[in-house]
Design a protein around this ligand. Sequence first.
Ligand code: PHE
Length: 466
Amino acid sequence: MSQDSIAAANVAGASSSATGRGLWSSRWMFFLAATGSAVGLGNIWKFPYITGENGGGAFVLVYLACILVIGIPLLMTEVMIGRRGRANPEGAIATLAKRAGASRHWRKLGTMAVLTGFLILSFYSVVAGWALAYAPAAAMGSFAGLDGESSGALFGAMLGDPWKLIGYGTLVLLLTLGIVGLGVREGLERSLRFMMPGLFVLLLVLVGYATTTGHFGEAVHFLFAADFSKLSAQSVLVALGHAFFTLSLASGAMMVYGSYLPAGTSIARTSLMVALADTGVALLAGLAIFPLVFANGLEPGAGPGLIFVTLPIAFGQMPFGQLVGGLFFIMLAIAALTSAISLSEPTIAWLSEKFAIGRLKAVLLSGITLWLLSLGTVLSFNLWSEFTLFGKTFFDSLDYLTTNLMMPLGGLGTVLFTGWALSRTTVQEALGINHPQLFKLWWLVLRWLTPLGILVVFLHTLGLFG
Ligand code: PHE
């Protein structure tokens, strides 16, 4: 079926089963899936280390402001576009633009979102592979007696071994695409039903353990006591970029998940719950990690190595370190897997709907291209580490291109499309914010504050000011 005939079928109000698409079985399933997408390496790996690097509490406050002003309005917008359009991101935007009499070029925003998710998955799968590699290592006691140097060497040895990275990255892709290949109900729902509760239980167990270290208060202070002198302009930008990444925005994920959302669910309320859960997990991850860091006299601002170099030292010298370490990396792997699933779904939906090919064919096609592209990331840690583009390795370039360029640009386009190309009544109806004053405020934020906020980050990333 071509894009236009899908659009026509949707305009005619045909049920989604007429277009061969699935639906979440409930609002609760959508919440689990969207939260699974949002909660990932971004929360457990990235948030604690960027908070550590940017001095703690003040950074957390700025990050929360970004979630509120940019993240939440954009999240609601994306879910709404998906549900109204009932198609992959490109098809959904095309449908809405057509109905509103707006330019058909808006659909390119959807195409770019699909591409962004695809590119992110090519490196996300490699990093998720590290968690898969570290889980058995932790459980089997490989961290016993590690110090800063030997822990760094252990991590370095893994990065230096392309076969190991390819092996674990391939495993992540196989698991992800295997689940996605089974479809929305049989694949996504069935796996999320046990992975998400498992993730939360593990997180709570780990936070519980952290309270026994005697350094919990120190971690609370570090995360919540705001010292603005430690905050730089750069930190504000890091916080903004992270708001996009952690809520899975501008990558097609939330749009495509929204396209499977049953009618009648309040998008505003559900999105708010997803954002709350995501932020809650990031903070809890900090509360699970920093007490261990402080209890073992380690450095909170160690950067990307916080989880893979600093924490193993703590696991190696703590009581029950093998068990806790194993559980920690299993939790990280689950969080990464549920995000990887959502990163692949936009591409699968786009390929199968736009080119009218079966889901399995779409999975195979994207799997092969993803795998080939992931080799670039793998090699950038070893054989190609000297090979740089604008001073960045292949992995760093892809990360920069997607997180710092494509996400802000796509997010900006999406809020402009919703705030300025769609009509106010369409949006109000679709969102389900019934309170007129509340909607008025939301509409104002979406049309002005959100785009201006994104624009400032974006221009700054391009180095246009300061
Ligand atoms: N939100 C995920 C995380 O925090 C990453 C992600 C980005 C997932 C974009 C889907 C889409 O790890």
